[in-house]
Design a protein. Structure first.
Lengths: 447, 166
């Protein structure tokens, strides 16, 4: 199925000087924006995106058109926030887009701003992405000079300013209301909802927050049409009334113990095994995979015998994962210690919990301390049920936190213990501890 | 009682105008907090208490608001006796890098430089810190040096990195 897929989002990656406006235009760039401004009203663009069934690429998979439709009709000011705070472990597709094809990102932004009637767009980019920041700034300058940004975009009545805004090293700012608070100059604490950003977002005005890859998809929907987009991917599951389908191309990031780590563009629904074998070049050293993260760390783990699961918005829940997430696939070979893996996962979330909600602040730290104890050979069998109880009681799903960070912290715990319980029990019973080399740097980190 | 003692200005006029030049981008002055902190740290290699007070004045905020924001984020250095080195080095310890030798790399780099993670070399050249996912997992184990990311998976790559930090 994926054999002959011609990249669309990555079509310009690898082309010499792909970052330059001239090259982008030669390759059909800004054609979609011109057509949009000439032929469609903002409401018609929103309607097309609704029809395309495009779902957000940032992790939650919320329908993009529906997000735009939530904006109040009588609004006077609208802001577009572009979420380029890509921080989910294993994920780097936004970086590839921004570094290699910044004008594609800007074209998507311009179309989305037109559709939502936003006159200001902020690109909230994580601090670590210095090259992406510089590349985008150069592209923004070029676009202003060419009349693509600023007053009267491409001679139309639509005006748009685009500003880059740098984060400062906080995972939580990828959550859309954490991003909004951070943009306002505050700590990035997610807001209680409602009101949703569409009604009251940044600077208390109606706001849309979209991921970089989502906006690039918007550009191609306007260029190639809704039918083209709907011809790619997986239709809604008739047995699941809540499935909204998984349409369009997707950027899959493959990393870990594979021969060819990288970012691959394929239709939504590619089986995880095919992605790893055919594109990632298989597991390194001819080994077998032991566990795989299918969509960024927050989604939990797959076992080897679950690798035929299609990577779409509907299938991963069936094997106990939280969802597709960012579609970042991280592969761990048969020699990997699952105890060590989960310990590092818990360390990450304990470090990144913003501290606002008690179940997450305390729960992530507690889980990390338990895993540290187990790793040092002082675990108890009942710790496993305690971990599961903690994991089941923190997050949006049990209704105890404001944002989904805690669900993301819980899912690796739930899936690792439920799927690899034998290994945890054997590890605890043997009283074994990992060698100083592998647990040494972890020991000094329990802050 | 109003105190009349003159306080010496800490932030240069140039820095102040760089910060205020960004004001038209945002409807509130508070939104300039992160840009201002970045500019200050870029210039002085840490954010001094005086800078916090003066940023607050400039943005019509209480110093506590600026401090609150600043301490939430991992990027800012606060202590004058341990400013950021000329090179800021982040060694990724998130799962893809960690499982490809990222933690051993951090240990070895620090040992070679004679510091612990989070510290700066005595000559002020390099600050080495553990980092969460740097978004360059295809280069695992990856290291970030002042914004440039490279893969450090061999002796030669480690030697080249150390050479660069001298």
């Amino acid at each position: 199925m994926a054999t002959d897929f011609e990249p669309v989002l990555l079509a310009n990656v690898g082309v010499p000087d792909s970052q330059r406006l001239e090259v982008y235009r030669q390759r059909g760039g800004y054609r979609a924006l011109e057509k949009t401004l000439r032929e469609y009203s903002p409401e018609e663009v929103v309607e097309l995106v609704v029809q395309s069934k495009l779902r957000g690429r940032g992790g939650a998979g919320f329908p993009c058109g529906m997000k735009w439709k939530f904006l109040p009709k009588d609004r006077t000011v609208t802001y577009l926030c572009v979420n380029a705070d890509e921080s989910e472990p294993g994920t780097f597709n936004n970086r590839i887009l921004m570094e290699n094809d910044p004008h594609q990102v800007l074209e998507g932004i311009a179309i989305a701003a037109y559709a939502t009637r936003a006159q200001t767009a902020y690109i909230y980019i994580r601090y670590e992405y210095v090259r992406a920041y510089e590349t985008l700034q150069q592209a923004i300058n070029e676009a202003y000079e060419a009349g693509i940004l600023g007053e009267r975009v491409l001679g139309s009545d639509f005006s748009l300013n685009v500003y880059l805004h740098r984060g400062a090293g906080a995972y939580i700012c990828g959550e859309e209301t954490g991003l909004i608070e951070s943009l306002e100059g505050k700590r990035g604490w997610p807001r209680t909802k409602p009101p949703y950003p569409a009604v009251e977002g940044v600077f208390r005005k109606p706001t849309v927050v979209n991921n970089v890859e989502t906006l690039c998809c918007v550009k191609h929907i306007m260029d190639r049409g809704v039918d083209w987009f709907l011809s790619i991917g997986v239709p809604a599951d008739p047995n699941n009334p809540r499935d909204l389908g998984s349409y369009g191309p997707k950027l899959y990031c493959v990393s870990g113990h594979v021969n060819r780590p990288g970012c691959y563009e394929l239709p939504l629904g590619v089986p995880c095994r095919e992605l790893i074998e055919r594109y990632g070049g298989g597991v390194r050293g001819g080994k077998r995979a032991k566990a795989v993260i299918p969509g960024g760390l927050s989604m939990g783990f797959l076992k080897e015998d679950e690798l035929d699961t299609p990577l779409d918005f509907n299938s991963l829940q069936k094997v106990g994962c939280l969802g597709l997430g960012t579609a970042a696939v991280v592969v761990f070979d048969e020699d990997t210690s699952i105890v060590e893996l989960l310990h590092r996962s818990c360390r990450f979330f304990a470090h990144e919990s913003c501290g606002q909600c008690t179940p997450c602040r305390e729960g992530t730290g507690w889980m990390y301390r338990i895993l540290t104890r187990i790793l040092h050979g002082e675990g108890r069998i009942e710790d496993l049920d305690l971990l599961l109880e903690l994991a089941d009681s923190m997050g949006i799903i049990p209704g105890t936190t404001i944002c989904g960070l805690a669900d993301g912290a819980a899912w690796p715990v739930k899936t690792a213990i439920r799927k690899f319980r034998d290994e945890f029990e054997a590890f605890i019973r043997s009283g074994s501890r990992l060698t100083a080399a592998s647990s040494g740097s972890a020991a000094g980190e329990a802050s | 009682m109003a105190e009349t003692t003159e306080r010496k200005q800490y932030l240069t006029d140039e820095l102040r105008s760089q910060i205020l030049a960004l004001a038209p981008r945002y409807p509130t002055k508070q939104a300039l907090t992160l840009p201002a902190l970045h500019l200050v740290q870029h210039t002085y290699r840490y954010v001094a208490p005086e800078a916090i007070v003066e940023i607050a004045e400039l943005l019509e905020l209480a110093p506590a608001q600026v401090l609150d924001t600043m301490t939430f984020y991992g990027s800012f250095f606060r202590t004058p006796d341990a400013p950021l080195g000329e090179y800021r080095v982040w060694v990724c310890r998130s799962l893809p890098c960690c499982m490809c030798g990222g933690e051993e790399l951090l240990d070895r780099l620090c040992t070679r430089l004679g510091i612990r993670p989070g510290e700066t070399t005595a000559d002020g050249k390099a600050t080495v810190e553990a980092a969460e996912c740097l978004g360059a997992c295809e280069l695992a184990p990856c290291v970030w040096v002042n914004g440039e990311v490279c893969k450090v998976d061999s002796e030669q790559a480690l030697e080249a990195l150390i050479e660069r930090l001298r």
